[in-house]
Design a protein around this ligand. Structure first.
Ligand SMILES: [Zn+2]
Length: 275
């Protein structure tokens, strides 16, 4: 199989699928809300979250993507990494790559909570006072910049092709839109719980965004929840508590300028105040 690199998914196709998922979720949020509490006007929050998303998206498109795809092409042409040693067919390699890249992101998410220099950036994602589809794309551009070396290491170690990377990115984006959404699934809660053993659901990820340290230190998976189950970090709670981080519970704490400068300021003990 040594030779040519695969092509990534056409941008229009992954873009259309992700946009379709986003439109469906925003529609469902209007009729099937999971969490009732709205602490800020929706349009103000959406505008702020989209402004942060624009910075993060620029970093990903202009810096991460060219490096990632060039590396993935070289990795595939030279059969580098783990996957070529485990599978022969393109389909099996792509599937295995998606699973292993998903695990790499679980580890990265844990690190963004545990390493203070990373947490100060990931904190910007967590201080949103409500949680919905717009939170899914609300990341500080610095967190995206810091994640690039990790992403490249993932691709190199896994041995992911351009096609596999693009499938994973589409799956990941659809998944993070889904599990951040404020949508009550049309399922009995016990069936929803079974589903949450397979994929990250809005209720399960809602627990990760609660203003309690022991809840934020759980449910780190971004796609498949097997990683939380294997690491003992899966935490099921039917109820949804206060969203955010305890010391950033006022609207003045989470304005756009505050969000942009927050990682560069002296950090406080965020979890001091009990929610
Ligand atoms: Zn987190």
């Amino acid at each position: 199989m040594r030779g040519r690199a695969s092509k990534e998914l056409p941008g229009w196709l992954s873009g259309a699928i992700v946009a379709g998922v986003a439109v469906c979720l925003v529609g469902l949020e209007l009729s099937r809300g999971l969490r009732n509490r709205k602490r800020e006007p929706k349009l103000v929050r959406d505008a702020r979250n989209l402004a942060l998303a624009a910075g993060a998206g620029l970093v990903m498109q202009l810096i991460e993507k060219p490096f990632a795809m060039r590396l993935a092409g070289r990795v595939e042409r030279n059969e580098l990494g783990l996957v070529p040693t485990l599978a022969r067919s393109h389909a099996a390699r792509a599937m295995l790559s998606v699973i292993l890249l998903d695990y790499g992101l679980y580890v990265w998410h844990v690190l963004t909570h545990k390493v203070p220099q990373l947490w100060r950036f990931h904190l910007v994602h967590h201080i949103d006072l409500d949680l919905d589809t717009s939170t899914a794309v609300r990341f500080h551009f610095g967190e995206m910049l810091l994640s690039i070396p990790w992403r490249l290491a993932q691709i190199r170690l896994v041995g992911a092709s351009p096609l596999a990377v693009s499938i994973w990115q589409m799956f990941l984006l659809a998944s993070i839109l889904f599990h951040h959404s404020n949508v009550r699934l049309p399922l009995p809660v016990r069936i929803e719980r079974v589903l949450s053993f397979i994929i990250m659901t809005p209720r399960l990820h809602g627990t990760h965004h609660e203003a309690r340290r022991e809840h934020a230190n759980a449910n780190w998976s971004s796609g498949f929840t097997i990683w939380d189950l294997l690491h003992g970090t899966y935490k099921w709670r039917e109820a949804q508590g206060t969203i955010g981080v305890p010391v950033y519970q006022e609207i003045e704490d989470v304005t756009l300028p505050r969000c942009v400068v927050l990682p560069f300021e002296p950090q406080v003990e965020e979890w001091d105040v009990s929610a």
